[in-house]
Design a protein around this ligand. Structure first.
Ligand SMILES: Nc1ncnc2c1ncn2[C@@H]1O[C@H](COP(=O)(O)OP(=O)(O)OP(=O)(O)O)[C@@H](O)[C@H]1O
Ligand SMILES: [Mg+2]
Length: 740
């Protein structure tokens, strides 16, 4: 059988249409990527085109790798062809032509860490307040500019002159100068500079226009402006360009992807042929119909409907869990049940909306000894911010923990460089004491730079304070206090980048971990808690091996497929996420993401939600996702009776927070900050002897006496406690109505 016989008539037409512009516009799983690989094979085998003359680009290394494998399966391996990501294609071009822009061709490529270092030196050089103007902030603005091909001056023109844009302009210019001086480019430069080379030098452009007789782009719906320009310039001359994509799967608008690139392809390339693929080969009938019943609710989309020859298959299973732990338990149990001999663990994927959701699944899978791997991200307990904050807690529990201290001594940045750390460590060694002990010596600290000294004093004081008081505080009080008092949270907030937002989400999610233990044990001590965390983060079933359940975000699952797919967290506020309501078209983009998630499934799809969820430390009753409500109920099996209204029972929340809105990590963060600050401002004098008070750990009591910083309380259980004003979670007792 000929390899082209695998294709259906439309796919075949697309593969054979090699001359002139071609747009393959089709829904998920209709064989867009397969058609493209067959087209490459056809060009080489039948049309005698040299692989040298073909360029195929896509977005991720994983996708490029898979495409290469599929092509090699058709025509044999060892063929030298450009099947690459946008970045690597540009890198190859610039290695030859960067001279035109004044670079040596052996220029360095700066990764994010290098960029950050470069930016730091600029911020310092310009004497900017690095708290207010963080390197990460500038880098994200600059990246944004480069994706739109805006240089420093263009930026100023586009955004208008004001004190802030003037600073950004200056920083952007200095950054460009510094990179140039170091003969370096960052990732965004790779694309931008390639386009600049093409604009500047006709001969160079012509060289590639002539070389690449055939150009192909997968996932075209997610191209941003600069990627689009790159492709357009290359293809302009001979017009043999084939792009494939699905406007229903555009999920990167928030990163600058422009859906119009696909919708306006016909205008960009005259006489473009458009081929639609309508048969889906991936999913069962029910999965496909359910996905369609969601996406058809989007306005302004080109209507297209997929059909399949496959059986309807099982209905989509919907499970309404009690809470997020029950949800994760259910998913792990289902995997256990269906993992029969002829199935591999890697046939199962759990695709979530936010990274912070991975935690409960990691725990539930470990508990059942199911191997898993987290793709495109780190395991929850391996994430930097989680490790940092755990180190702070370890220090509170045991200030002599040098390893923990070394991890956070300059985190957030306190101006304590590597040399200073070495010096301090050596000194501690000579004195035979812990590093923390050394830092309590005012003479030692006073000899450091003013910034380092101030930062370290504040850190030491905070650790000491919470360490002394730990018995009198809940773990959650300690956690909140550390986040705020160490400046860790503030530093992240100041960065004002997507990356920092993700870190804040993870930190707020850590409150859920604490909350769940405190719910079970009201007297939970810091040492108990730390012990449990240590167990969780060390013994788990993380398995880099191929045969493991896959955990990843729906975003990174684009283009992939799995026999069994779980989409958890189908709740308003989580999916669609709270961010959906910040932006115009936000909800539509979330709906497209839902479509992408559902269409990853080949055989079976599970949707789950939790009727009560602790997220970011806040527990709330939830409302089932709008997407569930929109779905065709006939296709669902299980608990498919949707609540009409949000459950009106009073939410039970950590710290008595009674918000009814969906959990939003930044609302939670505000609440934490306010609480810590209010306590700070409440001195001992705020309480009078004889007054009745409540303490979340010890219950009700009466103030015996107060002096300066100490409040002495005798509690109902007969204990007498001395509590530190300013951090004690003490409040005045207010009798509830109907009770005594
Ligand atoms: N003509 C065909 N006959 C049988 N199977 C096919 C055919 N075309 C594609 N497939 C199979 O269908 C599945 C989906 O194909 P592919 O990944 O190319 O779809 P896609 O349109 O690129 O999907 P996505 O939009 O998710 O990227 C793959 O398993 C592929 O092998
Ligand atoms: Mg594809």
């Amino acid at each position: 059988m000929n390899y082209l016989d695998h294709l259906n008539p439309q796919q075949r037409e697309a593969a054979l249409h090699t001359e002139g512009p071609l747009l393959i516009l089709a829904g998920a799983g209709s064989g867009k990527t397969s058609t493209m690989t067959h087209r490459i094979a056809y060009l080489i085998k039948e049309k005698g085109v040299s692989p040298y003359r073909i360029l195929a680009v896509t977005f991720t290394n994983k996708a490029a790798g898979e495409m290469r494998e599929r092509v090699e399966a058709l025509i044999g391996s060892g063929i030298n062809m450009w099947i690459l990501t946008f970045h690597s294609a540009c890198l190859r071009i610039l290695r030859k032509h960067a001279g035109l822009l004044g670079y040596d061709t052996d220029f360095a490529v700066y990764d994010p860490a290098d960029q950050k270092a470069a930016m730091k030196s600029i911020v310092k050089e310009l004497n900017l307040d690095d708290k207010r103007y963080t390197p990460a902030y500038f880098l994200s603005v600059i990246s944004d500019c480069k994706e739109k091909a805006l240089g420093p001056d263009d930026y100023l023109r586009a955004y208008g002159e004001d004190p802030k844009t003037k600073i950004v302009h200056q920083v952007y210019r200095d950054y460009e100068k510094l990179l140039k001086k170091n003969n370096a480019m960052d990732f965004d430069d790779l694309l931008l500079n390639t386009v600049r080379v093409f604009q500047k030098d006709e001969a160079a452009l012509l060289e590639y226009q002539q070389r690449f007789e055939y150009i192909m782009v997968d996932e075209y719906q997610d191209t941003n402006f600069i990627q689009y320009t790159f492709v357009k310039m290359l293809a302009e001359k001979n017009g043999n360009i084939c792009v494939v994509g699905d406007d229903d799967q555009c999920i990167y608008q928030w990163r600058g992807a422009d859906i119009r690139n696909i919708l306006e392809f016909e205008k960009d390339f005259k006489d473009a042929k458009i081929i639609k693929l309508e048969q889906n080969y991936r999913s069962t009938g029910n999965i496909l119909a359910a996905a369609h019943s969601v996406i058809e609710k989007n306005y302004g989309r080109k209507d297209k409907k997929l059909w399949t020859e496959k059986e309807p298959g099982s209905k989509i299973t919907y499970y309404r869990a009690d809470d997020e732990r029950d949800e994760a338990r259910y998913v792990a149990q289902e995997i256990d049940r269906l993992k029969t001999k002829d199935r591999r663990y890697s046939d199962f994927a759990i695709l979530y909306r936010t990274n912070a959701q991975s935690r409960t699944f990691e725990e539930a899978l470990s508990r059942r000894d199911i191997p898993y791997r987290v793709l495109g991200g780190l395991r929850y307990y391996d994430r930097k911010e989680v490790k940092d904050i755990v180190s702070y807690m370890r220090l509170v529990q045991n200030p002599s923990d040098d390893l923990a201290l070394l991890r956070i001594i300059n985190e957030p940045k306190r101006g304590v460089g590597a040399k200073t750390v070495d010096k301090l460590q050596a000194l501690a060694g000579v004195r035979g004491e812990s590093l923390f002990q050394t830092l309590t010596d005012e003479e030692v600290v006073g000899s450091l730079s003013a910034k380092a000294a101030a930062g370290l004093r504040q850190m030491v004081e905070t650790i000491q304070e919470y360490s002394r008081e730990q018995e009198n505080l809940r773990v959650s009080d300690i956690y909140d206090g550390l986040l705020v008092q160490t400046g860790y949270l503030k530093a992240l907030e100041d960065q004002n980048t997507l990356e920092a937002e993700g870190r804040i989400e993870n930190l707020m999610e850590f409150k859920s971990v604490i909350y769940n233990y405190e719910k079970d044990d009201g007297q939970l001590s810091l040492s108990d808690f730390m012990e449990r965390i240590a167990l969780l983060s060390e013994v788990d079933n993380h398995d880099e091996n191929e045969n493991a359940v896959v955990l990843m975000t729906m975003h990174s699952a684009k283009g992939l497929e799995f026999p069994f797919v779980f989409l958890p967290g189908m709740e308003d506020g989580l999916f669609p996420g709270w961010r959906a309501f910040d932006r115009e078209d936000g909800l539509e983009e979330e709906r497209r993401l839902c479509y992408v998630g559902m269409t990853r499934a080949k055989e079976r799809l599970w949707l789950t939600s939790a009727s009560m969820r602790t997220l970011y430390g806040k527990t709330d009753f939830t409302r089932e996702s709008q997407f569930l409500r929109e779905m065709d109920k006939k296709l669902l099996d299980g608990d498919a009776v949707f609540e009409k209204k949000k459950d009106s029972r009073t939410p039970i929340s950590l710290d008595g927070y009674r918000g009814a809105k969906p959990a939003n990590p930044f609302e939670q963060l505000k609440y934490v900050k306010r609480q810590v600050k209010e306590r700070r401002e409440t001195g001992a004098e705020a309480f009078q002897p004889g007054e009745e008070v409540v303490h979340p750990k010890f219950g009700r009591g009466v103030v015996e006496k107060t002096d300066g910083k100490i409040i002495q309380v005798s509690f109902r259980d007969g204990s007498l406690k001395k509590l530190a004003a300013g951090i004690a979670p003490l409040s005045r007792y207010i009798p509830e109505e109907g009770k005594e």
